[in-house]
Design a protein around this ligand. Structure first.
Ligand code: COA
Ligand code: AMP
Length: 636
């Protein structure tokens, strides 16, 4: 049996023994006796009686082990011109100091803290400071609008909000304070305090509950690590589901720490002292796991990048960072490389840098499309690894395991299930699909350590959203298949979730916003293929009877409304007013068919359609308005 096959079998056949062994690799205050337990709903709980603190495991422990002077964080910000190095000692001390500041504001174990910050070291400091106190952080991505922030504040009910005065995009400074103020107005929950990191690009005017980060820290006494149970929550991270209300994915502490540590070694092949660079954002799960926690847990250095793959200043930015910081493993989303490829197709900028330090390139967030894979594979002398995962799992479900046994790559495949994940494909009837048969990708219970342990404030939603479809299995929401060699191909979501530039968004949520406009009678938002961002949303709208306004003006208003309610990150820039939406006789909008047309594929008229003419009408409007590749679509 190959090394991978052996490890994988052991993880599935003897999960407790396997994960007991892995748990010994991280420092606990009290090592767990109970490795795996099931709660009343049958969900796996790992290490319930172990005691640890992830901040201790990632910072204090490494200082105690003699890594104090090694850089923990290398911050590089071409948008502000800033660069900073923070060693493990400096991180530990600054985190302890900020934890003291939060403690002074009344934050205790179990309290929530919402963090709304750009890619600055203080974002990591704030997250670790919460962890140090046993408080639960909930980081909100800076590209979300006040309404989205308000929804999260309402749901998480934080004692304190920690924010920066502004974020800096390529072409503009985004003041965060007005966004926070509006969110506070929209939410019925009132935090006790708000801590603002003043950035020189645009300092904020402070209000009655606001505290200046620097002044607060100066007066604070450093706080020690509070021991928490292995199953205690570390964070809540909201992600798009199929409804307008985002799901607060709850992550535990012990299982997460063990899983991340294991992944750093087995998947990413990282040893202590080496440099890891994940070009994501702390607002996403990739940022939580592979910018903030995993590299430091493993004693590695993490590059924190406040910039873009292109335009800051050019498409050579990643190559510069890899070379300058001697990065061993690099991780980003395929969309970033599509942007680079567009500007530098021949890789001329790559030739300017020595990136011989790089040993592997990892991609996730969306499927690594074969053209981008081949472009990278031809250009780089290292493995180009597509790996598949989601906010809910917190770490990769399928990958080519660089640190265990590298397999031959197949373009379009995320390779094989990672040890711990019993991945299966089920058909509509719930039966196992054979090789090459597409179906729902599910994970048999128990899920390995590190995966979600609940939906914040809504225990039923864990069951209804993930466990109800196929009892005994976690529903990933993705469709896909295994080939004859056991390689897994993930082909896209089977629900209303779409993936825009590696960002997960819900068309259902966009529909709710569009439908809330007083002039809209009915609408559908579909995700269509986009060569750069993977997918883009398009809205189809029927105005209310009697609407006699300007249709183009209505379209503009709807675009502005989604930007205002969800945020610029939704990239909602195309709306079409139509007379009718194609529906089944039972009234279900034929969204999949609309997507097929917009993507320029052949389509047939389903027998269940209520009014075939409505489909032709929408097709004509799409062609006229140059939506996607609708012009190439053909009815067969
Ligand atoms: N704060 C405020 N606004 C933000 C933001 C943030 N943190 N991040 C993005 N936005 C805004 C952008 O400025 C843009 O606004 P615009 O409509 O006024 O132009 C909008 O949200 C859309 O952003 P984005 O989709 O990122 O488009 P872009 O054209 O700025 O950049 C890419 C395109 C491909 C370079 C960029 O999307 C990218 O780097 N993607 C990689 C994503 C990634 O790492 N995902 C993590 C998963 S691993
Ligand atoms: P998120 O929760 O934001 O990480 O998004 C998770 C979703 O992104 C998954 O359910 C997939 O639909 C998609 N995804 C992430 N990585 C991959 C990948 N490597 N291949 C295919 N789809 C992916």
């Amino acid at each position: 049996m190959s090394t991978y096959a052996n490890e994988y079998r052991r993880s599935i056949d003897q999960p407790e023994a396997f994960w007991a062994e892995q748990a010994r690799r991280i420092p606990w205050f009290t090592p767990p006796n109970t490795i795996l337990q099931y709660d009343d709903s049958g969900h796996a709980r790992w290490y319930v009686d172990g005691e640890l603190n992830i901040c201790h495991a990632a910072l204090d422990h490494h200082v105690e082990q003699g890594r104090g002077d090694q850089p923990a964080v290398l911050w590089d910000s071409p948008v502000t011109g800033g660069k900073r190095t923070l060693t493990f000692v400096e991180m530990r001390d600054q985190v302890a100091q900020f934890a003291g500041a939060l403690k002074g504001l009344g934050v205790e174990k179990g309290d929530r803290v919402v963090i709304y910050m750009p890619m600055v070291p203080e974002a990591l400091i704030a997250m670790y400071a919460c962890a140090r106190l046993g408080a639960v952080h909930s980081v909100v991505f800076g590209g979300f609008a006040p309404h989205e922030l308000a929804v999260r504040i309402e749901d998480a009910a934080p004692k304190v909000v920690v924010a920066a005065s502004c974020g800096v995009e390529v072409d503009r400074v985004i003041p965060y304070k007005p966004i926070i103020d509006q969110a506070m107005v929209q939410s019925t929950h009132r935090p006790d305090a708000c801590v603002i990191l003043q950035r020189q690009q645009q300092p904020a005017e402070l209000g009655p509950i606001d505290h200046d980060w620097a002044a607060l820290v100066e007066q604070a006494a450093p706080a020690d690590c509070v021991p928490v149970k292995g199953c205690d929550p570390l964070y809540v991270l909201y992600t798009s589901g199929t409804t307008g209300k985002p799901k607060g994915v709850v992550r535990d502490t012990g299982g997460y720490a063990v899983a991340l540590h294991y992944s750093m070694e087995t998947i990413y092949d990282m040893a202590p002292g080496e440099v890891f660079f994940s070009a994501s954002d702390v607002g996403w799960v990739v940022g939580h796991s592979y910018i903030v926690y995993a590299p430091l847990l493993r004693g590695c250095t993490s590059v924190v990048y406040e910039g873009k793959p292109v335009r800051t200043p050019d498409a050579g930015a990643f190559w510069r960072l890899i070379s300058e910081y001697q990065v061993k493993s690099f991780f980003t989303a395929p969309t970033a490389f599509r942007a680079i490829k567009k500007e530098d197709p021949a890789g001329k900028l790559l030739a300017q840098y020595d990136i011989s330090c790089l040993k592997a390139l990892f991609l996730a967030g969306e499927r690594l499309d074969p053209p981008t894979f081949h472009w990278l594979d031809d250009m780089l002398a290292v493995p180009v690894i597509d790996h598949w995962w989601q906010t809910e799992t917190g770490w990769p479900i399928a990958a080519n395991l660089q640190g265990l046994e590298l397999m031959p790559t197949k373009a379009g495949s995320a390779t094989v299930p990672v040890p711990g994940f019993d991945v299966q494909i089920l058909n509509r009837e719930g039966q196992q699909a054979g090789p090459l048969q597409q179906g729902s990708v599910v994970i048999a219970q128990p899920m390995p350590p590190g995966c979600l342990v609940g939906v914040w404030g809504d225990p039923q939603r864990f069951n209804s959203a993930y466990m109800a479809a196929y009892p005994g299995y976690y529903l990933t929401g993705d469709g896909g298949y295994f080939d004859e060699d056991g390689y897994l191909f993930i082909m896209g979501r089977t629900d209303d979730v779409i993936n825009i530039a590696g960002h997960r968004l819900s068309t259902g949520e966009m529909e709710e916003v569009v439908g809330s406009h007083p002039a809209v009678a009915e609408c559908a938002v579909i995700g269509i293929h986009d060569a750069l961002k993977g997918q883009l949303p398009v809205g189809l709208v029927i105005p209310k009877d009697g609407f006699d306004g300007d249709e183009l003006a209505l379209e503009e208003e709807l675009i502005a409304l989604v930007r205002e309610r969800i945020g610029p990150v939704a990239c909602f820039k195309q709306v079409l007013v139509v007379d009718k939406l194609p529906k089944t006789r039972s009234g279900k909008i034929l969204r999949k068919l609309l997507r097929t047309i917009a993507d320029g594929k052949e389509y047939g008229i389903p027998s269940t359609i209520d009014d075939p003419a409505s489909l032709q009408d929408v097709h004509e409007v799409m062609v006229h308005r140059e939506v996607g590749a609708a012009h190439a679509s053909r009815q067969v």
